[in-house]
Design a protein around this ligand. Structure first.
Ligand code: SAM
Length: 214
C-alpha cells in the first residue's frame, strides 16, 4: 500500500472531480450506497457520521430520524453537499476537516460510514482508527470501496494504473483489503460485493471488536 497522495494532492483532484462527480458517482452507485446504509442498522435517534462525505450523495438515502455529521477536507465537495444537507435532513451537519483527526470525543456516534473514501485518503488507516474511536463500543463501521483483485491480468493493469490515478485522480487503483483492515486492527465481520459490476465491496466491522485486543 504505497502512497503517492498527500492531502493537497487529493484536495486538488477533488476540486476538479467536483464538476462531474455527481454525474459519474450518482445514480450508478445508488444501490451500493443504499445497501451500505442498510448495514449501518440505523435506529431512530442514532448519531451517524460519514467520513469523506463528498457532495453528500448519501444524504437523501439516510433516515430523517438520525442525527448526521458529514466530514470532508475538500471545500469544493462540501459546497456541493451543503444544498443536500439543507434539503434532506434537518439535523445534518457538515464539517471541513481531516477524517484522520476528527474533532469528536470517543464514543460520540452509533455508526460510521465511509463510502468510496479509503482509497481516496492519504492515510486510510487513520480514517479507520478515527471511525472506530468516535463510535461507541458495538457501533457499526461500514466501508464501501473498490479493493484490488487477485486475478492476475486485472491485478497487473491496476498496478500499472495506480501511480497515475494516485497523482492525477486522487485515488489508489490498487488497494488490497486484508492488509488494510489488519493494519487498522479491525475484524472484518461481513464483506459483500456490490454493483456496478460487483467490483466494489461493502466491509462491515464493529467498534470495540479489535483483532489486537487480548
Ligand atoms: C470518492 S469521494 C466519496 C464521497 C462520498 N463518500 C460518496 O459516497 O460519494 C472521496 C471523498 O473523500 C474525501 N477525503 C479523502 N481523504 C479524506 C480525509 N483524510 N479527510 C476528509 N475527507 C477526505 C475527498 O475529499 C472526497 O470528497
Amino acid at each position: 500500500m504505497s502512497h503517492e497522495m498527500d492531502a493537497s494532492t487529493v484536495q486538488e483532484a477533488y476540486s476538479r472531480w467536483v464538476l462531474v462527480y455527481d454525474w459519474i458517482f450518482g445514480p450508478a452507485f445508488t444501490r451500493a450506497r443504499r445497501r451500505a446504509i442498510e448495514h449501518l442498522r440505523i435506529e431512530p435517534g442514532d448519531k451517524v457520521i460519514e467520513v469523506g462525505v463528498g457532495t453528500g450523495l448519501s444524504l437523501p438515502l439516510l433516515p430523517q430520524s438520525c442525527t448526521f455529521v458529514g466530514a470532508d477536507f475538500s471545500r469544493a465537495m462540501l459546497d456541493r453537499a451543503a444544498a443536500r444537507a439543507a434539503g434532506a435532513n434537518g439535523s445534518a451537519m457538515l464539517i471541513e476537516g481531516d477524517g484522520g483527526r476528527l474533532p469528536f470525543a470517543d464514543d460520540t456516534f452509533d455508526a460510521a460510514l465511509a463510502p468510496y473514501v479509503v482509497s481516496a485518503a492519504p492515510d486510510p488507516i487513520a480514517i479507520l482508527h478515527e471511525m472506530e474511536r468516535v463510535c461507541r463500543p458495538g457501533g457499526r463501521l461500514v466501508i464501501l470501496n473498490h479493493f484490488s483483485t487477485s486475478r492476475r491480468g486485472v491485478a497487473g493493469v491496476t498496478r500499472a494504473l495506480t501511480r497515475t490515478t494516485s497523482r492525477l485522480l486522487g485515488f489508489h487503483a490498487e488497494f488490497p483489503l486484508e492488509p488494510l483492515f489488519e493494519r487498522a486492527g479491525l475484524v472484518v465481520e461481513h464483506c459483500e460485493k456490490v454493483p456496478p459490476l460487483h467490483m466494489w465491496r461493502i466491509v462491515c466491522c464493529t467498534a470495540g471488536q479489535r483483532s489486537d485486543s487480548p
